[in-house]
Design a protein around this ligand. Structure first.
Ligand SMILES: [Zn+2]
Length: 211
């Protein structure tokens, strides 16, 4: 979609009080998003360092979505991918990891999102997997947690105050081991889930798939 058409979507969305979140990859796609000033780019594979700086300067959020591609690599044989394809996908992931580290250094507004619904990326567990992959890519755990909470809610701008711990905010949070501040994989440990003041689950979930 050319930037001019994209810009019309953005204008129409803004007029309706909505945001425009664009799933795209490739430096041409990212360039069009930058020109049209969309609100966020999902995926953004092959984004260049210059484009990352422009994302920061124009305050476009970036949602890297490692999970769907990582699944293709981890289950290449089952999916019928050749070694060549798997290696190409791994190279793309390695480059994406470098871009994420660069984005954090540059101060890009990075938001966690898994592209749940993609093959092998279930809602909930796929998101947790995404957080782990962002950390593996080199993003510090605390930054990863922020990308899933305060940074996300700040960009989404819901009328409800979500994603932060402060007076008047919705009481939605996890009580977990402090280890999570160093390693987001600890989110899989025993925890208490509070949702609008109600305890939903406690302890380990035996149904957790080994993603
Ligand atoms: Zn997508």
């Amino acid at each position: 979609m050319p930037a001019s058409e994209l810009a019309e979507f953005v204008a129409a969305s803004r007029a309706a009080g909505r945001q425009t979140m664009v799933h795209c990859s490739g430096s041409d796609g990212v360039a069009n998003c930058l020109e049209a000033r969309v609100d966020s780019i999902e995926h953004g594979f092959f984004v260049t360092d210059d484009q990352l700086a422009a994302l920061r300067d124009r305050d476009l959020a970036w949602v890297p979505t490692f999970a769907p591609v990582q699944f293709q690599v981890d289950h290449a044989a089952v999916l019928g991918w050749t070694d060549q394809i798997r290696e190409n996908l791994q190279r793309i992931l390695d480059q994406h990891a470098r871009s994420l580290v660069r984005a954090v250094d540059l101060g890009v507004r990075v938001i966690a999102g898994s592209d749940s619904g993609s093959h092998g990326v279930p809602h909930g567990w796929g998101f947790l997997r995404e957080l782990e992959l962002m950390q593996t890519a080199g993003m510090p755990a605390l930054r990863v947690l922020h990308s899933a909470t305060g940074a996300a809610s700040a960009r989404l701008g819901f009328s409800e105050n979500l994603g932060v711990l402060e007076k008047g905010a919705a009481a939605r949070f996890l009580i977990v081991t402090p280890r999570v501040l160093d390693d987001v994989r600890a989110l899989r440990d025993s925890k208490v889930v509070m949702f609008d003041g109600e305890v939903l689950t406690e302890g380990d979930d035996p149904a957790a798939p080994g993603l």
